[in-house]
Ligand binder design. Structure first.
Ligand code: G3P
Length: 226
């Protein structure tokens, strides 16, 4: 996707499956089979961020949109345990998160990944833990920054109810830099998503509220449609 077209995107819901057992490895096919395709909801884009071991799933679900949970600034070659943008592109993976608070990178690596991704029209979403990081990462040239306060991740208090002021400031910083903002941590309800959008984000990054729900498909529908 060309960087210019990122700027037109809105209403994005990214489900990060993390390393939760029910969505991982031999269980991943069954998990994704019941979940909505990328354009299942009018005006919304649904994406799934999966671990390295599950990237192959993209082949089996061409109507779904998959991201990687991480990518390294390397190409094909003698690297062990790494993930290249080249391999992700060849595998039909749309983009990648980087610097998630559960997989932090140094700033130099973030800059290298963003720069390589731009040159390959590959979408990278840089995760930020606070406003200072949002400000720093918004200047790297990444098309999207994801603000996730680590202390709220996995809990029941959402970023939109606990940090509305930061979301608003982060959205302004991103807009000034031509970047879009998504937010995550503790998002469980339609109201959490709606509030995030009203505060200036273009979407949400959600994990436990969907993956650990008794019915993940219903959880996605409820987040979008109430
Ligand atoms: O990447 C999404 C994530 O860190 C948020 O997790 O479980 O709070 O939705 P969760």
């Amino acid at each position: 996707m060309n960087p210019e077209s990122y700027k037109r995107r809105n209403n994005i819901l990214i489900i990060n499956t993390k390393h939760y057992e029910k969505a991982t490895g031999k269980r991943s096919y069954e998990f994704f089979a019941g979940l909505p395709d990328m354009n299942a909801f009018k005006g919304w884009e649904i994406d799934y961020a999966v671990g390295a071991y599950d990237l192959h799933i993209a082949d089996q679900f061409p109507a779904k949109s998959f991201y990687s949970q991480h990518v390294d600034p390397i190409g094909y070659g003698a690297f062990t345990g790494k993930i290249s943008i080249e391999m992700l592109v060849d595998s039909g993976i749309r983009g990648s998160l980087i610097n998630h608070s559960e997989f932090r990178l140094n700033f130099e690596t973030i800059e290298k990944v963003v720069s390589k991704a731009r040159s390959m029209d590959f979408e990278v979403i840089v995760c930020a833990e606070n406003l200072d990081e949002v400000t720093r990462f918004a200047k790297t040239g990444a098309p999207l920054v994801a603000y996730e306060p680590p202390e709220l991740i996995g809990g029941n208090i959402s970023v939109s109810s606990a940090r509305p002021d930061i979301i608003e400031k982060a959205a302004a910083v991103c807009e000034n830099n031509g970047v879009k903002l998504i937010v995550g941590a503790g998002i469980k309800t339609h109201n959490d998503i709606l509030t995030s959008l009203k505060l200036g984000a273009v979407g949400g990054l959600v994990s436990s509220g969907v993956v650990l729900a008794s019915n993940p498909a219903v959880a996605i529908t409820s987040l979008i449609n109430n």
